[in-house]
Every structure is written in structure tokens, then in C-alpha cells.
Design a protein around this ligand. Structure first.
Ligand code: PPS
Length: 285
């Protein structure tokens, strides 16, 4: 772990992607009130939102998603590229992504209160997606066996720390008027309705035709063909997509194909204990 990760504000971050100077850049970042920040625990649906949100913004014009790679189109503020993209020059509304916890947000976030889209996903599916991802990304520690990786995942010894802390931080955020909570599972169930909900929150009124066009483009099998979003532009030394593709399955409940009953029970026991005081209504409850 020590070789590949550094510890930042109590959580592991992959060293190569997040050098100290870029973390400092984020600490001093000036949000604008009309910025849109996609906040996620890794593997919750970040890439999906990096496709949908710009399309809502462009009112269905496919140019941005077909010409700009997702990491420049909706950059992560904690990633090394953020500091070289001249984000200060971007016209409003700017769209960003972050895997940071609520309590890791910079000072300007709490002053300005930009629009936040917080995406949640069943943690057993996140675990499963992560398990495959850690096996194919060279900048992450190899997951080992399922039991070994589960031990790490449940104890937050993975990139961006504990799923439980991440979710609890964001769902208990102090001011919630500027945050929209959306589930990966509801997007799978009814993508058009989710696009409607997102556009409404973003203050965009779109025709049914445009909503239909966006949903159609963003459905898994179509989005997977977009080379600006399927990570095929990343050299194989970083991502070995022969081992596992980045846009892998895109379904709900794949944990059933990965976890034994005993492993699933173990996960549930820890989940119940860690979430026992939480009142929030989760999609999977
Ligand atoms: S990351 O590394 O945090 O940016 O990963 P993230 O994009 O959050 O999560 C990757 C998972 O999201 C799935 N995905 C999709 N599902 C449904 N529809 C669409 N369009 C879509 N795009 C990405 C992706 O396949 C990963 O989930 P798994 O379960 O591994 O397939």
C-alpha cells in the first residue's frame, strides 16, 4: 500500500494521480455558485454522470461528449490534471467531479454552496465493481482474493477510504438545498426519469425529444461505444482492459455473481452495524 498510495486527510489516494501540489490546488480552489459538482464514492456511476450532465448542459448536442475525453470534459478536482486545465477560465456553469468526502471539501465550497449531484450505489455492487477494477488498474494495489479485498473495503483501506464514511458525510451535509441525491439503481430503472430529475435540478427545461436522445445515448451499450468515455484512450500500462473493461457490466446486483452467501452475510453484518443510526432511505433497503 505504502508504495502506491499516500494518506491525505485520513484516506488513501493513489500517489501518481494526486501529487501534493494538486491536492493543494483543490484546497485553494474557488467554487462558483453555479458550478455543478458530481460527488461520488468510486464506482458509483461517475463516468455515467460525466456523460449525462454535459449532455443536459448542451441540450442534447453530442459534440462535447464525442470530442472531449470525460476526464477533461468533467475533470476531477483532486486529480493532477485539474491544475493544468485553466478551470478559472471556463465559462459558467462549470462541471466537475470529485471522490472527496464532504469534510474534505475546500473552504469556498461551504461559502458558495455550488450545486452538488451526489450519486449512491449499492455498496455490494461497488465492492464487486472495485474488485475487478483493482485487478486491471496498475496504480492500485492488487485486490487479492475476495475475502482479502472485502476486509480492506469494509475497513476503508482502499482508495478514498471507507464507503460508510463517504456516504454518511454527504447524506448528513449541513445545507442540503444545493445537493441532489440520486441512486445508480434508479438511473438503471428509469434513465429518462433520472435525466428529467437532473435537468430540473440544473435549471434546464428540456423537451421530451431531447430527454429521449440523451437517455438513448447514455444507456450502457451505447455509451460503451463512445471512445471519449470508455477509457480506451488510456494506455494499457495503466488500464489493462483485457483483464476487465472499465465499462464492465453496468447492471444492478452483479455482487450475486461474485460473493458467496457467507461473504454476503459478512458484508451485511458490517453494513448493519455501521449504518444502524442512519435514517436516510436507501434504494436497496
Ligand atoms: S470511477 O473509477 O469512480 O470513475 O468509476 P465509476 O464511473 O464511478 O463506476 C464505474 C461503474 O459504472 C458503470 N457504468 C455504467 N452503468 C450503467 N450505465 C452506464 N452508461 C454506465 N457507465 C458506467 C461501469 O460499468 C462500472 O460498473 P460495473 O459494475 O463494474 O460494470
Amino acid at each position: 500500500e505504502a508504495e502506491l498510495y499516500s494518506v491525505y486527510k485520513g484516506v488513501y489516494v493513489p500517489k501518481g494521480l494526486h501529487p501534493p501540489e494538486c491536492l493543494k490546488y483543490y484546497e485553494e480552489f474557488n467554487f462558483r455558485q453555479d458550478d455543478i459538482l458530481i460527488a461520488t464514492y468510486p464506482k458509483s456511476g461517475t463516468t455515467w454522470m460525466q456523460e449525462i450532465v454535459p449532455l443536459i448542459q448542451s441540450e442534447g448536442d453530442l459534440t462535447p461528449v464525442q470530442t472531449i475525453p470525460n476526464w477533461d470534459r468533467v475533470p476531477w478536482l483532486e486529480e493532477h490534471r485539474a491544475s493544468i486545465l485553466n478551470l478559472e477560465e471556463r465559462p459558467s456553469p462549470r462541471i466537475f467531479a470529485t471522490h472527496f468526502h464532504y469534510n474534505m471539501m475546500p473552504e469556498s465550497f461551504f461559502k458558495v454552496k455550488p450545486k452538488v449531484l451526489y450519486v449512491l450505489r449499492n455498496p455490494k455492487d461497488i465492492f464487486t465493481s472495485s474488485f475487478h477494477y483493482y485487478g486491471m488498474a496498475s496504480f492500485l494495489v492488487n485486490p487479492g482474493a475476495v475475502d482479502e479485498f472485502m476486509e480492506k473495503f469494509l475497513n476503508g483501506k482502499v482508495m478514498f477510504g471507507s464507503w460508510f464514511d463517504h456516504v454518511k458525510g454527504w447524506i448528513h451535509a449541513k445545507d442540503q438545498e444545493h445537493i441532489l441525491y440520486i441512486f445508480y439503481e434508479e438511473m438503471i430503472m428509469d434513465l429518462k426519469e433520472s435525466v428529467r430529475k437532473l435537468s430540473c435540478f440544473m435549471g434546464k427545461s428540456l423537451s421530451e425529444e431531447v430527454i429521449e436522445k440523451i437517455s438513448d445515448h447514455c444507456v450502457f451499450k451505447n455509451m460503451k461505444q463512445n471512445k471519449m468515455s470508455n477509457y480506451s484512450l488510456v494506455p494499457t500500462e495503466f488500464f489493462d482492459q483485457k483483464k476487465s473493461e472499465f465499462l464492465r457490466k453496468g447492471i444492478v446486483g452483479d455482487w450475486r455473481n461474485t460473493l458467496t452467501t457467507a461473504q454476503s452475510d459478512n458484508f451485511d453484518t458490517v453494513y448493519k452495524e455501521k449504518m444502524k443510526d442512519v435514517k436516510f432511505k436507501f434504494f436497496w433497503d
